[in-house]
Write a new protein. Structure first.
Length: 447
């Protein structure tokens, strides 16, 4: 940052850029008169790229991580990543026959049958909350069929260490599957409007989304109604904007802050006060794969019989190479690390499973299964796993970063968070700076 200050370049710091995994220090560059943003990674002292930022261009950086799909478990495994649904052959067939076969199948299915497939699949919300997808779809569908309804794709990937949605949006195939899933959802629940709430750092993908949706409705599936609207809204900035009611407020043109009166679910009162189906990018992207293979096939991907399906997990930290992996629900953290970390298990000090807001998992708990079921003894497969090696583990630095994130990203609405996050951050800083000890000081000293 000193190098930017020395050049008179204004800047703001942020917690996470999403696409920059294994590329820190990184920066997002906005030029006057250029609608795009540009991405700098692996910045170095006196980096020559900073000498001529007007000439620098990098609007869509390639993902700098490996991708492991469900196909490694079974050649027939349904996947959101493998090119099953929209292969080159499928695209040729779509052009000649007037639509992608999977999309045609979905639009021809009875809506209740499709929802039953989601129930059988046990697909859960992939943004981290793990709410059963079929329950959301059914709840919106059962609202007044003449009422205005919305489908909203939450693409505000703001939790540090998570980069799965960036890949799904950046890759041509998976982006099309997400759009297809959203269109199928609109058809099933009776919505006429689809919104994608896109994180500002991903704004260069906006044109790709709009172009692909036009291609989808005119070539891949002409059955999509002409009156189905598609709108991409750029995110409002803070981490809290990814909370569903804050997202609704942002789309409606207000500050992205959570609604304080929440007596009903968004399935009844959501965007613009209407019934709304809102889900994560990944959740919608799985829909074509489930239609293609059937709910039972997706369910059977899980390692444990009482769970269903698979989940994309961003794996980074002290690993051989960052990896986006499709993990069967119920697979142990130990097995995932053995396959994906690229370093011996005995060299791992701890893991952060589920994102920056989660506690650390120590080696004695690596045998616990990953799932979205929120069961005792399960680890939450919310979106990421960060590995800390014994040789590079600075617990104090990590908790300082966590405390700063809680304080910086608090929406400031509720006193326990607004005041508590500051107290927690000041306490952590004071303890790590050897200014106080928990043994002899009180919370009053942390203000």
């Amino acid at each position: 940052m000193r190098h930017l200050e020395g050049r008179g370049i204004p800047f703001e710091t942020t917690s996470w850029l999403g696409w920059s995994v294994d590329g820190a220090p990184a920066a997002l560059l906005k030029k006057v008169g250029d609608p795009r943003v540009h991405h700098l990674t692996n910045l170095k002292p006196n980096d020559p790229r900073l000498d001529d930022l007007d000439a620098f261009e990098n609007p869509l950086p390639e993902p700098n991580f490996d991708v492991l799909t469900t196909r490694r478990f079974s050649p027939e495994a349904p996947s959101v990543l493998d090119d099953v649904v929209l292969s080159a052959e499928d695209r040729g067939e779509a052009t000649s026959k007037g639509g992608c076969a999977v999309s045609r199948k979905a639009f021809a299915m009875d809506p209740d049958e499709l929802i039953e497939n989601l129930d059988c699949a046990e697909l859960r919300g992939c943004g981290g909350a793990g709410f059963p997808t079929h329950l959301k779809w059914r709840a919106v569908r059962e609202q007044n069929p003449f009422a205005k309804k919305y489908v909203v794709v939450n693409a505000d990937e703001g939790l540090p260490s998570t980069f799965k949605d960036y890949y799904l949006l950046r890759n041509d195939r998976t982006r099309m599957r997400m759009l297809m899933g959203a269109a199928i959802a609109a058809k099933v629940v009776g919505a006429k409007d689809v919104y994608v709430y896109l994180r500002y750092e991903y704004k260069n993908i906006k044109d790709l989304l709009e172009k692909d949706f036009h291609h989808y409705r005119t070539v891949e599936n002409p059955q999509v109604p002409d009156d189905l609207t598609f709108t991409v809204v750029l995110g409002g900035g803070p981490y809290i904007a990814g909370e569903e009611t804050a997202l609704f407020e942002s789309v409606e043109g207000n500050l992205p802050q959570p609604r304080t009166h929440r007596s009903v679910f968004p399935t009844k009162v959501g965007l613009f006060g209407a019934p709304t189906l809102i889900s994560n990018v990944e959740t919608f992207a799985w829909i074509p794969a489930i239609v293609y293979a059937g709910g039972r096939k997706f369910h059977e991907l899980a390692d444990l019989p009482d769970l269903g399906g698979a989940k994309l997990v961003s794996i980074s930290g002290d690993v051989k190479r960052p990896t986006l992996a499709a993990i069967p629900m119920g697979r142990s953290l130990r097995s995932v690390l053995e396959e994906c970390a690229g370093i011996p298990l005995q060299e791992i000090a701890a893991c952060e499973v589920g994102g920056l807001t989660e506690a650390l998992t120590s080696p004695e708990d690596f045998a616990q299964p990953l799932s979205l079921a929120f069961k005792p003894g399960h680890l939450t497969a919310g979106g990421s796993i960060v590995v800390f090696s014994k040789s590079n583990f600075d617990e104090g630095r990590l908790f300082r970063a966590k405390a700063k994130f809680y304080d910086t990203e608090s929406c400031q609405l509720c006193a326990p968070c607004r005041e508590g996050a500051k107290i927690f951050r000041n306490a952590v800083d004071a303890i790590l700076d050897d200014q106080i000890t928990l043994k002899h000081d009180t919370l009053d000293a942390y203000h």
